[in-house]
Design a protein around this ligand. Structure first.
Ligand code: LMR
Length: 341
């Protein structure tokens, strides 16, 4: 094991597209909200990741113990530990490098994402308090809805608690990326894993802005009619799943898969590489305080937020409409902090 730890592996630097050496190191990851459909599927995926040394599963619900017991029986991957109940939140995150906040009350049919702040803010507040007390150095990455407001909400709370690092607070938006690539793959009859299509803005029906004009490989072309249709489908994809599940859950397997894709890149960042992930972070380049898009992240956090794209007229209009919506959502999150003071 000691030999393995001191060895080095090849890593493809996604920004510069070149092979670089990066050292292995012990990395601890905590999942907050492990028992839910997203958390448990994510735990299974992360248990298979050899870049993680310890996987800490936290949930208010006692059944987190059963989940950890089962996962710890699987050979390979990280050691898994369970932390059940509010008094175990601090130990669950104390020595962690990456905290994944996936706890959520899921949306029901007819409910908009912004209405979810009432149900979803309290566990985020508890986590921010625990981070301020125990571990303000960790990366915090969230998918809790409404993401456009929850990331600013957590940021203001951490600031108030004296432990805000804007370079280390992330909203994970890889689900929009996954949906964009797979839906575009169907329309273009292309292999979605080969498609690169930036998705910028925020994570809601009015703020997800896929940039089909920036598609790569350049051999593919998306007409304005196709872009319009695909954009509507991508924006409605969350609601579509909720309706198909008759309101019993929202997207969970695809959400877990997308978080796993983000985490796998961040693990390389924590080990010293610069990687590009799709994430909603503090970003002043588009006239809002927070913005999502391809972002370069390194061992100390955010290196370069997304800042420049060539847009066609259709995308320009989408972005123009999205900006005030993002600002409204950011303000909602920042103001919601008052409820906890
Ligand atoms: C999604 O896009 O599937 C998630 O944001 C969950 C939801 O409430 O739609």
């Amino acid at each position: 094991l000691a030999k393995l730890k001191s060895s080095k592996i090849f890593f493809r630097n996604t920004r510069k597209s070149q092979l670089t050496f990066i050292p292995l190191r012990n990395i601890q990851v905590s999942i907050i909200g492990s028992v839910g459909e997203v958390g448990s599927n994510l735990a299974l995926l992360l248990k298979q990741n050899p870049k993680i040394s310890r996987l800490q599963l936290y949930d208010d619900n006692e059944s987190v113990n059963k989940l950890a017991l089962e996962l710890d029986c699987l050979p390979g991957g990280p050691t898994v530990s369970a932390f059940a109940g509010p008094s175990m939140l601090c130990p669950a995150i104390r020595f962690t490098d990456l905290i994944l906040m996936v706890d959520r009350t899921h949306r029901k049919p007819g409910i908009k994402r912004e209405q979810m702040i009432f149900a979803n803010a309290p566990p985020v507040q508890k986590l921010c308090r625990a981070m301020a007390e125990q571990n303000s150095k960790a990366f915090l990455a969230m998918t809790t809805s409404p993401l456009n407001s929850i990331v600013p909400f957590a940021s203001v709370l951490l600031l108030n608690y004296g432990s805000y690092n804007p370079f280390k607070v992330f909203g994970i938006t890889h689900l929009d990326l996954a949906r964009t690539r797979s839906l575009a793959g169907n329309v273009l009859q292309a292999n979605p894993t080969e498609l690169q299509i930036p998705v910028i803005g925020g994570h809601s029906d009015e703020t997800i802005v896929p940039l089909f004009s920036n598609i790569s490989p350049k051999t593919y072309e998306v007409s304005e009619r196709q872009a319009d249709m695909l954009t509507r489908l991508i924006r409605k994809a969350g609601v579509e799943v909720i309706n198909k599940k008759y309101g019993t859950e929202s997207a969970s397997l695809s959400m877990a898969w997308s978080i796993n894709e983000f985490v796998d890149c961040i693990l390389d960042a924590l080990r010293g590489a610069e990687v590009t992930v799709n994430t909603y972070t503090a970003n002043p380049h588009f006239g809002t305080k927070f913005f999502s898009g391809p972002t370069v992240v390194g061992a100390q956090g955010l290196v370069q937020p997304c800042y420049e794209f060539k847009l066609n007229d259709f995308e320009d209009k989408l972005l123009e409409k999205a900006i005030p919506m993002i600002s409204r959502d950011v303000a909602q999150g920042e103001q919601y902090v008052d409820v906890f003071e």
